[in-house]
Design a binder for this molecule. Structure first.
Ligand code: ATP
Ligand code: MG
Length: 214
């Protein structure tokens, strides 16, 4: 049986689910950021994803790459802080990789997330273990690559990637931040989850819940 593909409707459902999940976790993300940053992450991300959803309803004729590009541009212009440009990069890089595609295979999705991760690394100069959003994204990409070789369904691979993102997010707790505002705290940044890793996990969890369902 061929692996289930990801169509435009699934991408719309995913972006909508991202906005719902970020809204539901707005206070949680803000609390995490208040502990080691400036307490704006939940508010910023909620503002950004609400704007992404407004663009969705205005652009019914957008294809998948245009949806991803629109999300990236919208996040860059509405989120602010460190994470706005970084999440913008995530979506813009993913958009480039899926240029010209009307629907996505699991391999396309993996290539998109990988490009998104490399874009965030290039832009923010962080790497895994620095206590950032990459600590949720990198293991998710790795899990997808491993799963693609073994798992028999797109849904199964996406679920494994969300699990890996969750483990990666949890593993940021003892880390000392080496990038972003939290790094100003030095050793005192240890003992708290990274807010960007938490929001990244929410986006990847939403992907697992929406992309392979019809
Ligand atoms: N260089 C980086 N690379 C990857 N992720 C980063 C980097 N710097 C910060 N982050 C992520 O951004 C999150 C914080 O996002 P937020 O929107 O709260 O930015 P901020 O620190 O308030 O930005 P600013 O200091 O510009 O106001 C962190 O938890 C971390 O995951
Ligand atoms: Mg902040």
């Amino acid at each position: 049986m061929p692996l289930q593909t990801i169509d435009k409707g699934a991408i719309v459902r995913w972006l909508t689910a991202c906005a719902d999940s970020i809204a539901a976790n707005r206070e949680y993300l803000t609390k995490l950021d208040a502990a080691i940053g400036d307490g704006d992450h939940g508010v910023n991300m909620d503002r950004g994803f609400k704007a992404v959803v407004v663009k969705l309803s205005a652009g019914a004729e957008m294809d998948i790459p245009q949806l991803m590009k629109s999300a990236g541009m919208t996040l860059i212009s509405t989120v602010g802080g460190a994470s706005g440009p970084l999440y913008g990069t995530f979506f813009l890089q993913a958009a480039q990789v899926c240029a010209g595609k009307a629907e996505l295979t699991l391999a396309d999705w993996i290539a998109m997330l990988k490009a998104a991760m490399n874009g965030i690394m290039a832009r923010g100069k962080a790497s895994a273990g620095d206590k950032t959003m990459l600590d949720a994204l990198a293991p998710a990409v790795q899990a997808l690559e491993d799963a693609a070789a073994q798992v028999h369904s797109t849904a199964g691979a996406l679920a494994l990637s969300a699990c890996a993102a969750k483990a990666g997010m949890s593993a940021t707790e003892p880390l000392v931040a080496r990038k972003g505002r939290a790094s100003y705290l030095g050793e005192r940044s240890a003992g708290h989850l990274d807010p960007g890793a938490a929001s990244m996990y929410l986006l990847l969890k939403a992907a697992a819940e929406t992309l392979a369902s019809r």
